[in-house]
Design a protein around this ligand. Structure first.
Ligand SMILES: *Cc1c(COP(=O)(O)O)cnc(C)c1O
Length: 236
């Protein structure tokens, strides 16, 4: 068995024990394998271990991978998630190649993705990226902007709002991690009063997955713990 396959089995069992520990149903948390900077071969190994959801951060790299797998491995039915920042001149590529986008933080981006979503594809599943840390340097919406943008998206036929996503400040203390994730979960509960279909909280990465699961995460985004450390030498 390859180490990627072993890592996926290991993470999956960690997810299952975290679910069990806080009384959540088995498989209520999905694993998104974050494959940015990693080659197609690594994705293929993960797919052979049964992994089907992959997350990409860079538009061109992501599109190349989607096209490679659609062309060479259509039988794998991979579900591609875009989880990086979106510049408005790149929205068309995202609209044409991905099933999900986790990083909506502007009305303009939402509108363009809606307008550019091809007719033959199902609605693009979207999450609003929230800045729970309050750090001005971080991307994501402030809490008061969330309701307005959710309202706009609910009127766009080619987008389906599924929930919220955040990348909290990088802290190692469990209780601080938990507090930040609970804040996102509470926001989703408030938003659900007006948008009852919301079912997704994308939160938790390799270093803070357990706290995210305790706070109600439904998608954890795991890169390093599956594929190993990233080499950014060819990214700037
Ligand atoms: C890179 C990335 C991840 C994965 O992070 P790891 O620490 O490698 O697990 C998760 N979410 C987002 C938005 C990322 O950009």
């Amino acid at each position: 068995m390859s180490s990627i396959q072993q890592n996926i089995e290991h993470i999956t069992s960690q997810i299952h024990s975290a679910e069990q520990k806080c009384g959540r149903a088995r498989d209520s948390v999905q694993l998104l394998a974050v494959s940015k900077t990693k080659p197609n071969q690594a994705i293929l190994e993960a797919a052979h271990a049964g992994q089907r959801m992959f997350g990409e951060n860079y538009v061109q790299e992501g599109v190349d991978k989607v096209q490679f797998f659609n062309h060479n491995h259509p039988d794998l039915t991979i579900e591609w998630h875009f989880i990086g920042p979106i510049q408005s001149n790149k929205t068309r590529h995202v609209a044409e190649h991905f099933a999900w986008v986790h990083t909506i933080d502007r009305a303009k981006t939402a509108q363009r993705l809606n307008d550019q979503r091809p007719e033959h594809m199902p609605a693009l599943q979207v999450l609003l990226q929230v800045n729970t840390s309050g750090e001005a340097s971080k991307s994501g919406l402030d809490t008061d902007q969330i309701f307005e943008l959710a309202e706009l998206i609910s009127r766009l036929p080619n987008l389906k709002l599924r929930g919220l996503m955040s990348i909290p400040a990088n802290v190692t203390d469990y209780n601080s991690q938990l507090a930040a994730f609970k804040q996102l979960a509470e926001l989703k509960d408030q938003l659900s009063e007006k948008h009852p279909d919301l079912d997704t909280l994308s939160m938790g990465m390799s270093g803070d997955m357990e706290a995210a699961i305790e706070a109600g995460s439904t998608i954890v985004r795991i890169g390093t713990a599956i594929f190993g450390a990233r080499d950014y030498a060819n990214k700037n």
